[in-house]
Ligand binder design. Structure first.
Ligand SMILES: NC(=O)c1ccc[n+]([C@@H]2O[C@H](COP(=O)([O-])OP(=O)(O)OC[C@H]3O[C@@H](n4cnc5c(N)ncnc54)[C@H](O)[C@@H]3O)[C@@H](O)[C@H]2O)c1
Length: 253
């Protein structure tokens, strides 16, 4: 049986990359999906715009009767050594990645709290954070600070709303081949850095958007009925630790 049959989901960042893959997977699993993005999907909105978010959540509940799941994937890259980061750029990256998560979560939770539970659950929210929200990375500053904030905000929401039957989790993807990553690596001289980053994933490759969508599906499905407040790395082993060649020295192929 389809794992999201009868469920109503909002997916943000749905026009591209991880959000697009999540929307497609949820639809294939039987969900009614309403995609949000700046342009080109069901609802055009900016996740910094609180009144647009409130109206769009209201429309989902009015049109589809309830809101079971939210996968919040809208986000932007950005960073640099802090003394080189223009303050307006800090505000932009933090507002989209962190304040956007707050605003989407705020209005999604408000709708979920007033609906009847199904199978003991009022709703499930998945925020797409990053491995860069779990540890620092060179040049990450703004993005890492925002994604670290998303991880902690997710845990706080899990604590506040678990008793009401709302689960809130984060996914921390490794480096995933999407238009965002292509944009970052379009900068000249990045070939060796990309090879280095790829090798830091223990599986020896970058991830795919559908692999993040599969984790979001798990977290929004009944299979994850006892999972809340986690920041789940889906990262090919990027956060597992470091390799220095010791096992090879001992004869590991
Ligand atoms: N690609 C990676 O390597 C990677 C790794 C870790 C985390 N992430 C996170 O995954 C999420 C999805 O990233 P992706 O790689 O699919 O990127 P992407 O650029 O392919 O998609 C992001 C989408 O978010 C939308 N968006 C940006 N700003 C918005 C705003 N203000 N309001 C509404 N929509 C907005 C964009 O229009 C775009 O469609 C992001 O939060 C990103 O930070 C990506």
């Amino acid at each position: 049986m389809a794992r999201m049959e009868g469920k109503v989901a909002i997916v943000t960042g749905a026009a591209s990359g991880i959000g697009a893959a999540t929307g497609a997977r949820f639809r294939a699993e039987g969900a009614t999906v309403v995609g949000w993005d700046l342009h080109g999907v069901d609802v055009d909105l900016d996740v910094r715009d609180e009144s647009a978010i409130a109206a769009a959540v209201g429309a989902v509940v009015r049109d589809h009767g309830r809101l079971d799941a939210v996968v919040h994937a809208a986000g932007v890259a950005g960073g640099g050594p802090v003394h080189m980061v223009p303050t307006e750029e800090w505000d932009r990256v933090v507002d989209i990645n962190l304040k956007g998560t707050f605003l989407v979560g705020k209005h999604a939770v408000a709708a979920m709290l007033v609906q009847e539970p199904v199978d003991g659950e009022r709703g499930s929210i998945v925020n797409i954070a990053s491995v860069e929200g779990l540890a620092g990375t060179e040049g990450g500053s703004t993005y890492n600070a925002a994604k670290g904030g998303v991880v902690i905000l997710t845990k706080n929401m899990a604590i506040d709303y678990g008793r009401s039957g709302i689960r809130v989790n984060a996914i921390c993807p490794g480096f995933i081949a999407t238009p965002m990553l292509e944009g970052v690596f379009a900068m000249g001289g990045m070939e060796a850095i990309l090879a280095d980053i790829t090798a830091a994933h223990q599986l020896g490759r970058l991830g795919r958007a559908d692999e993040i969508a599969a984790a979001a599906l798990f977290l929004c499905s009944r299979d994850a009925s006892f999972v809340t407040g986690v920041a789940l790395p889906v990262d090919g082993g990027y956060t597992a630790g470091h390799r220095h060649g010791v096992s090879e020295l001992m004869g590991l192929a």
